[in-house]
Design a protein around this ligand. Structure first.
Ligand code: COA
Length: 260
């Protein structure tokens, strides 16, 4: 896979995707959005990849938002199309069968904060800065920010965040639950890869089913969610990995999962 604005690296069965427009603070132009769609579609099919880390190249930015130069040319129709395209790609990430962890290594503003929120969970460096500054530009978050922020953190806090456009540092992001862990910047990637490897060592069918079940809570009632959980649980019980995992426990040895 050849990309202009992305770097793909692999460490064992973990893929590391780096957004690479350093001179523009890794801002998401339409070309980068297209490339994200391609890379995540491909990685989802790649049998040698069991977990993905998404980060920004360089030391300053994860992603400093949608590309404002492109935004500046939008009208009513093209703006809606742009928003829908970004939403589609971010939903692809959110609903990927494989875990995607954001390693937020600097500015995560606008589309960058939205991209991080579409990952399954987030780690951040001490120098990370989060914000939805769209109101400063006369727009609202258009890549899912109004929806995911209010689901991820406290409703009133999400409202304050989006209405003021204020930026917060990683310690505050940790406090409000926007990120799970904060690391010194030189440790962030290594620690995120470590967690990705840990998840990648588990039964991968169970990991996929877990993502589906937890994601479903955003859309369905508790009653329907419990039915869905039971059906996915049943599916897991029909896999070789289930037999291997439970047998390995009983035989006091490590499980060797086969993704079947
Ligand atoms: N879109 C397009 N270009 C962007 C960008 C964006 N979202 N964010 C940064 N850039 C560009 C700058 O225009 C500048 O380009 P130039 O060197 O050609 O002038 C370059 O990246 C470096 O940014 P600069 O502003 O000089 O760096 P800084 O360290 O002073 O400030 C930020 C960093 C992130 C605080 C600042 O760039 C910023 O506020 N960016 C916009 C954030 C935003 O509103 N995002 C939401 C968009 S919907």
């Amino acid at each position: 896979m050849e990309f202009k604005n992305l770097i793909l690296e692999k460490v064992e069965n973990v893929a590391i995707v780096k957004i690479n427009r350093i001179e523009k603070m890794n801002a998401l132009n339409s070309e980068t959005i297209d490339e994200l769609e391609i890379i995540f579609t491909e990685l989802n099919k790649d049998e040698n990849v069991d977990a993905i880390v998404l980060t920004g190249n360089g030391e300053k930015a994860f992603v400093a938002g949608a590309d404002i130069k492109e935004l500046n040319k939008m009208d009513v129709i093209s703006g809606q199309i742009m928003s829908e395209k970004g939403q589609k790609v971010f939903s692809l990430i959110e609903n990927l069968s494989k875990p995607v962890i954001a390693a937020v290594n600097g500015y995560a503003l606008g589309g960058g904060c939205e991209l991080a929120m579409s990952c399954h969970f987030r780690y951040a460096s001490e120098n990370a800065v989060f914000g939805q500054p769209e109101v400063n530009l006369g727009i609202i978050p258009g890549y899912g920010g109004t929806q995911r922020m209010a689901r991820l953190i406290n409703h009133g806090r999400a409202m304050e965040f989006i209405l003021t456009g204020d930026m917060i540092k990683s310690d505050e992001a940790l406090r409000i639950g926007l990120v799970n862990k904060v690391f010194p910047k030189e440790e962030l990637l290594e620690q995120t890869i470590k967690t990705a490897k840990k998840i990648a060592s588990k039964g991968q069918i169970a990991v996929t089913m877990s993502i589906k079940a937890v994601n479903a809570t955003k859309e369905i009632s508790l009653e329907d969610g419990l039915k869905y959980e039971a059906s996915l649980f049943g599916l897991c019980c029909g896999t070789q990995d289930f037999m291997e995992g439970t047998t390995a426990f009983l035989e006091k040895r490590e499980a060797k999962f086969v993704k079947r």
